[in-house]
Ligand binder design. Structure first.
Ligand SMILES: C[S@@+](CC[C@H](N)C(=O)[O-])C[C@H]1O[C@@H](n2cnc3c(N)ncnc32)[C@H](O)[C@@H]1O
Length: 399
């Protein structure tokens, strides 16, 4: 997502329309039901899952616009086709090395990335056998199908939509842009008496944080962080942790017989993620291009996200047999994938288009915009070649 200024939830957010408020109310009732059934509180990852993915009601499952100027946020593929063209160059190298293969994109937004990757690969005579999209949102799937039928009808028969991971393994590339930040996380807090899990309960008919002592796997995980990073979190330190990450990766491991998985997202290595000065974690909500930190606001109408922990991704991947092939920031990755050459080809465009593209490239690559905030990690299985996206700078030592 491009950068927006952090505000207080209630300060200047536009008021949703009546239809949206009714949808939100239904989702709120659904979450309350869950809270009652579980004795008064639920873990935050369960709340996040319901708020984002409850069928027909969650933010990603229901029909709000989400992406682009009319939506809530702008992602790199929506900002500029150049982003996807660079990614296509990386796919071209992999598909060429493998002889042939499939591309599987997780969570494809409006379908913009699929369109621009396929158009670029077509130009390079390197189309994948199939381009699969795993889309858990029925609404987004419909939009993707409409957009791709309109814009690339001649390539539409290569597209396959899936609701769950394919049962049969693939050879090729798995792509996930801004998917990691949408995975549900648990929240915890350090107190003078020990670690607490920040759960979600009800107070005054509104969702509130309910703290209870962290137990079992969660406690083990948090204490493990302090040991691994040789730090002691200060009192009142709040952060997040994805306790389901390895299980999720395991599903992907079973799908990728041979090839490369590329994750692009805003995030950090563990020492940065859990830096003692990052006292409030990285949980953020996006609504109409405003960013705030209250997940109990506009429920089902706003995105809820949390930065990716790339050290955890690398460690989890390694533990189940993936090889961590490269890690770098978005700027180095895009230049490694031939951004400069793509720009040189734009010479014949008019001055207005060139200025527009220069502005898009600035947002994609400047450190204070997406360039440094966004990282790229490649996990491979049965594939040992050096990937061009990490040729300029590989920062695996920072993990
Ligand atoms: C912030 S959007 C990014 C969309 C698109 N990739 C882009 O860059 O514009 C996050 C997407 O991840 C998808 N997603 C979340 N969890 C997922 C999962 N477990 N498997 C596949 N997609 C998932 C959501 O449905 C949503 O489409």
């Amino acid at each position: 997502m491009t950068q927006s200024k952090l505000i207080k939830a209630e300060s200047t957010l536009p008021v949703p329309d009546q239809h949206a408020l009714i949808q939100s109310e239904k989702l709120i009732n659904r979450i309350k039901e869950s809270i009652h059934m579980q004795g008064g509180s639920i873990s935050f990852d369960e709340y996040m899952k319901l708020a984002l993915y409850e069928p027909g009601l969650g933010y990603y499952s229901a029909g709000s616009y989400k992406f682009g100027a009319e939506g809530d946020f702008v992602t790199a593929p929506e900002l500029s086709p150049i982003f996807s063209q660079c990614l296509a160059n990386q796919c071209e190298q992999i598909l060429n090395d493998l002889g042939a293969g499939t591309i599987l994109e997780l969570g494809a937004g409006t379908g913009a990335m699929a369109r621009d990757i396929l158009l670029e690969l077509e130009k390079q005579n390197s189309l994948p056998e199939q381009y699969m999209i795993l889309e858990i949102s029925a609404d987004l799937k419909q939009r993707q199908q409409y957009n791709l039928k309109e814009t690339i009808p001649h390539l539409f028969d290569r597209m396959v939509w899936l609701d769950t991971l394919p049962e049969k393994g693939i050879t090729g590339v798995i792509l996930a842009n801004e998917v990691l930040d949408s995975l549900p996380v648990k929240r915890f807090k350090k107190t003078s008496t020990g670690f607490k899990e920040m759960k979600v309960g009800l107070g005054d008919n509104q969702f509130v944080w309910v703290d209870s002592y962290a137990e079992g796997e969660l406690l083990k995980n948090i204490e493990g962080l302090e040991n691994k990073l040789s730090i002691l979190f200060p009192d009142n330190y709040i952060s997040e942790i994805n306790t389901q990450l390895v299980q999720w990766l395991n599903g992907l491991k079973k799908v990728l017989n041979k090839g490369v998985m590329i994750f692009i997202d805003y995030g950090y290595s563990a020492p940065e993620y859990y830096h003692p000065e990052r006292m409030d974690g990285s949980l953020l909500c996006h609504y109409r291009h405003r960013v705030h930190a209250d997940p109990f606001y506009n429920i089902g109408l706003q995105d809820i996200t949390c930065s990716a922990n790339f050290s955890a991704l690398a460690e989890g991947a390694d533990s189940i047999g993936f090889h961590v092939n490269g890690y770098t920031n978005q700027t180095y990755f895009l230049f490694g994938c031939g951004l400069e050459k793509l720009l040189a080809n734009m010479d014949e465009l008019g001055i207005k288009e060139q200025t527009q593209i220069a502005q898009q490239v600035r947002i994609l690559t400047m450190p204070e915009e997406m360039g440094e905030r966004f990282k790229v990690m490649a996990l491979t299985t049965e594939y040992d070649n050096n990937l061009k996206g990490f040729a300029l700078m590989d920062q695996r030592v920072r993990l």
